[in-house]
Design a protein around this ligand. Structure first.
Ligand SMILES: [Zn+2]
Length: 473
């Protein structure tokens, strides 16, 4: 049904691949929140199958200062579209995902700026139990632009799901030796749930930056940047902890350090989790993204699993995982998905407990497990700015030249080129005007040759690989 009073145009930059995200007061306003609620509510109603009269959407928000106002406007839009809303308040993104499953809702919206600076905010959505992304988000923009929305009067109720959520997580904790663990919630949304979980665990637990504070006074809430882990590392050393665990601002990405204060990256942690999951599920498919170390794919195979390399992007990985019924998937960025005994969404606190199970259940320290991992030399993820309109073309050009030269290329997402020295990757970011690269070899000399191959491949498209191409997500 069209209604001119409901026509709404978004700033085109906010409708992104995996979420809606912008700068509050510059590209993202309360009027957008209302329109997102109205249009998303419309889409939920229209996809609803069966004869249930009313659709139900769960709504939560993170600890950003702008979140409560955006949440209120979004609720107005949802009820005006005729869907019932269950408000679960200030929660982490995985708590919102949990609530959608637990309350058997038809969809969910989390208002969150994830790990971005304080002036950002945005929306992560679920349609039914699936991620709402890509074409869904574009369609939401089109329907809003036409005012093609439903009318109605939904009800609003509030629910506190913390006890149910914490109980569900604690269900999967296994008995083991007592550990000393430091946790850094980085003033992000995991702060609301951390105590309800760690206070019930054996051992000693120290929580840093527990207070939810949208100004992020301690450090930026992104655990894939080493600088943001410095405080955790010093706490682990000072207290003599077995390990430390950190979260991003909305709790869907994990970072970890061993008892010596050394970082374990997403693909290293995945080796430990994959071995653990494969003990009960021999032969199972384990998925990792194209940025992951070859060591991960090799170790999955060695542990009796079936490794699958897939595209980077948490929504893409989640869908592939559901399609193949894979019990575990993960990304270098720290989005990790357990579906063996959990729901298959990325809950970093849950992942932390699964890491504790492994360490507490054996006699080895995390540091000694880390030392025994295959030792390869690799670059971090290298990111460098590239004009938006050129980024995909550059990758296509590089791919065409490589294929013509007979190189061994995996093109599932960009190009991942294998040589006798190892591999190098070049892909375009789906969310930023950025090219992403990574190289990995058995030794420094090999790594240098791979970097030089990458540099040569880029130069043929007129792109210089900057010396200061930085790590990070
Ligand atoms: Zn996040």
């Amino acid at each position: 049904m069209s209604d001119n009073g409901t026509v709404h145009k978004f700033d085109p930059t906010i409708l992104r691949e995996y979420d809606i995200r912008g700068i509050v007061g510059t590209t993202l306003y309360e009027a957008d929140a209302r329109a997102i609620g109205r249009t998303f509510g419309t889409m939920v109603r229209r996809q609803r199958k069966g004869n249930k009269a009313v659709s139900k959407v769960v709504l939560g928000y993170d600890g950003r200062l702008s979140s409560p106002a955006l949440a209120a406007a979004c609720v107005e839009g949802l009820v005006a579209a005729g869907v019932d809303v269950v408000r679960i308040g200030l929660v982490s993104t995985p708590m919102l995902y949990f609530a959608v499953w637990h309350l058997e809702a038809d969809g969910g919206i989390q208002i969150t700026g994830s790990h971005n600076p304080p002036d950002f905010n945005g929306y992560k959505m679920m349609m039914g139990k699936k991620p709402f992304f890509g074409a869904d988000i574009q369609k939401l923009g089109v329907l809003a632009g036409k005012g093609d929305v439903e009318h109605g009067k939904g009800n609003v109720e509030s629910k506190d799901i913390l006890a149910d959520y914490a109980g569900r997580l604690l269900n999967d904790v296994k008995p083991g030796r007592k550990l000393k663990v430091a946790w850094d919630t980085g003033n992000g949304a995991v702060g609301v749930s951390i105590r309800a979980v760690v206070d019930k665990l054996p051992g000693e637990h120290f929580v840093l930056n527990e207070e939810v504070d949208g100004t992020f006074p301690a450090h930026h809430p992104d655990p894939t940047v080493p600088k943001n882990l410095e405080q955790l590392v010093s706490e682990v050393k000072r207290r003599g902890c077995d390990l430390g665990i950190a979260f991003d601002g909305d709790g869907d990405r994990i970072g970890a350090v061993d008892g010596k204060g050394r970082i374990l990256w997403g693909d290293q942690l995945m080796i430990l989790w994959a071995r653990d999951v494969l003990k009960d599920r021999p032969g199972a498919t384990i998925i990792a993204d194209v940025k992951a170390s070859q060591a991960l794919f090799d170790e999955i195979l060695r542990a009796g699993g079936t490794p699958l390399m897939w595209k980077t992007g948490h929504s893409l990985i989640k869908n592939k995982m559901a399609e193949l019924k894979a019990p575990l998937a993960g990304e270098m960025s720290g989005h990790i998905f357990f579906a063996d005994t959990f729901y298959g969404f990325d809950d970093a606190l849950y992942c932390g407990l699964r890491l504790l199970n492994i360490v507490a259940g054996g006699s080895q320290s995390l540091a000694s497990m880390r030392d025994k991992l295959p030792q390869l030399v690799n670059t971090p993820e290298l990111r460098f700015d590239t004009p938006e309109e050129r980024k995909f073309k550059i990758v296509e050009e590089v791919k065409a030249r490589l294929k013509a030269s007979g190189a061994k290329v995996n093109d599932i997402d960009g190009v991942r080129v294998s040589t006798p020295d190892g591999w190098w990757l070049l892909r375009a970011s789906n969310t930023q005007a950025v090219l992403v690269a990574r190289c990995e070899s058995a030794n420094e000399a090999g790594l240098n040759r791979l970097k030089s191959d990458l540099r040569t491949a880029l130069e043929a498209s007129g792109v210089a690989l900057p010396d200061d191409a930085s790590a990070g997500y």
